[in-house]
Write a protein that binds this ligand. Structure first.
Ligand SMILES: Cc1ncc(COP(=O)(O)O)c(C=O)c1O
Length: 492
């Protein structure tokens, strides 16, 4: 009893009815008491037997808690003397800011983050608040062949090869890349071998990797104006200086780019279906762009995000297939053709850069997860993908037709429709002076998620309008949505 004062047990509120085991409650109680300074460094602890008696619990949870606290360095035992709060915890650095006895509140250090001006600040735009009508980048979820897909997921999940469970190739799964290379060669006109394919977590990741390999901070990069915000962010975080280059009905104005930034390190383009206005980069512009890249030593980042869906002709062949100097880095994604939450995209990398890309990818996240690659390899090889594309092309063609017609009949001359020949969105360009942000904000309040065209500009917007996604919007919602947009527009 003489030692009682030194062994006073902190107030440990044990709840015998709680789901949390008693040993855990004891462990946490002691740890909190130490960190709060209620138990001082070097202070003696009662024996496990007497503590168990005092708390009226069995000895086992007390022993378990003590073992854990000893293992984690909160307690120390001295032979023959008992158990103590570790003396090393007297070091103020270890309990910094937690000791009530220290009179002065510790002054917090500065919370500095990278000064990179390109870091995105996070967009809380109202038109990104929901997943309903007109939201761009949505797919027709209810038409996805879920049964086939689920069967392949189950099959591959049940019988993984050892190589699918261990560390793998930073470029991705061999079988998937072989299947993908065959598809890209025949359907997209991409010249590639499986070795050139790097599987990524969507095209956003692909762009980030490409920017890290190809660019130094401060390098100029041509950016389509208006263009894709996702690409802007990916390039900006690599420290690129973005040079807006206007697009017209022939796509990127290459001459304007050469005029503004002849020595740019790279150009970001969406040649098959310019995002968001929808032009197809003409053959002469393609050759002009490749010629500039070859002469100046620039890289071309070709984002081929939705070209499989083309409604009035065959899909446009990739720019990469025309490239004779390995200047094009081709970026593809399954986000539009399957579903975005899959997070599978890919890069086709020039052969001489494969090692650099693989090394960088390994440093970022080792390699892509294997399950969906195996599922996708089967989905492509067994013909499900081609069948799915054919079906979806029909569905999106119908939705597109209904949207275009509704815009014409409801809004007439107030809008000009652009980019409706391909993809899953179009641009409804409004007359000069239109306040597209305000319109989109009011639409969002009604559950219509139209994106204002002006936010796609880096510089002063030269056009206003709405970018309307129809992939995930059924025919009745399209008709109802356009009626409501018409009313909002007339209300001004
Ligand atoms: C121009 C463009 N590129 C790429 C993507 C797809 O991005 P991810 O593959 O990262 O889902 C989108 C989706 O909206 C897009 O609009």
């Amino acid at each position: 009893m003489k030692r009682a004062a030194a062994e006073i047990v902190p107030l440990l509120a044990l709840d015998r009815a709680a789901a949390k085991p008693l040993y855990r409650q004891l462990y946490e109680g002691f740890r909190e008491a130490i960190l709060a300074g209620l138990l001082g460094a070097g202070q003696r602890l009662p024996s496990t037997r007497s503590l168990a008696g005092e708390l009226q619990v069995s000895r086992l949870p007390v022993l378990t808690a003590f073992e854990q606290l000893l293992a984690e360095g909160y307690f120390e035992s001295r032979a023959g003397a008992g158990t103590f709060v570790a003396r090393s915890l007297a070091d103020p650095q270890r309990t910094a800011g937690r000791t009530p006895s220290s009179r002065q509140e510790p002054r917090p250090g500065p919370r500095t983050v990278a000064a990179n001006p390109g870091l995105p600040l996070g967009r809380q735009e109202p038109w990104l608040g929901g997943l309903g009508a007109f939201r761009v980048s949505q797919i027709a979820v209810d038409h996805f062949p879920l049964q086939v897909w689920a069967g392949l997921v189950a099959r591959n999940g049940r019988n993984p090869r050892a190589s699918q469970m261990l560390y793998g190739n930073p470029m991705g799964d061999r079988r998937f890349r072989e299947t993908l290379a065959a598809y890209l060669r025949t359907s997209r006109g991409v010249r590639c071998t499986p070795e050139q394919i790097l599987v990524t977590s969507g095209s956003q990741h692909a762009l980030t990797i490409a920017a890290r390999v190809l660019l130094d901070p401060g390098d100029e990069v041509w950016m389509e104006e208006p263009g894709y915000q996702g690409a802007r962010d990916a390039l900006a975080i690599a420290g690129a200086r973005l040079v807006p280059v206007p697009v017209d009905e022939e796509g990127l104005d290459v001459a304007a780019g050469i005029d503004r930034s002849p020595r740019a390190r790279a150009a970001y383009v969406t040649p098959s279906h310019q995002y968001p206005l929808g032009a197809t980069l003409t053959a002469s512009r393609r050759l002009q762009l490749l010629d500039w890249a070859q002469r100046s030593g620039a890289w071309i980042l070709e984002d081929d995000y939705d070209s499989e869906y083309r409604y009035e002709s065959q899909p446009i062949a990739a720019l990469q297939g025309l490239d004779r100097d390995s200047r094009v880095i081709y970026i593809g994604t399954f986000s539009k053709v399957l579903f975005p939450a899959l997070r599978v995209g890919y890069l086709v990398v020039p052969t001489d850069l494969v090692e650099r890309f693989a090394a960088l990818r390994a440093a970022i996240d080792d390699f892509p997860a294997t399950l969906y690659q195996a599922v996708l390899a089967d989905f492509l090889a067994e013909g499900h993908f081609a069948r799915h594309l054919r079906r979806m092309r029909q569905i999106y063609r119908e939705r597109r037709g209904v949207l275009v017609e509704a815009l014409r009949s409801e809004l007439g001359a107030a809008v000009r429709v652009l980019g409706e020949r391909a993809g899953m969105h179009l641009a409804a360009v409004l007359g000069e002076g239109a306040q597209d942000r305000r319109l989109a904000e009011r639409a969002a309040q009604e559950g219509l998620w139209a994106m204002p065209l002006s936010v796609c500009y880096l510089g002063e917007p030269s056009r206003a309008g709405l970018v309307l996604g129809y992939g995930g919007t059924g025919v009745p919602e399209i008709l109802d949505g356009v009626r409501r947009l018409g009313r909002l527009l007339r209300e001004g």
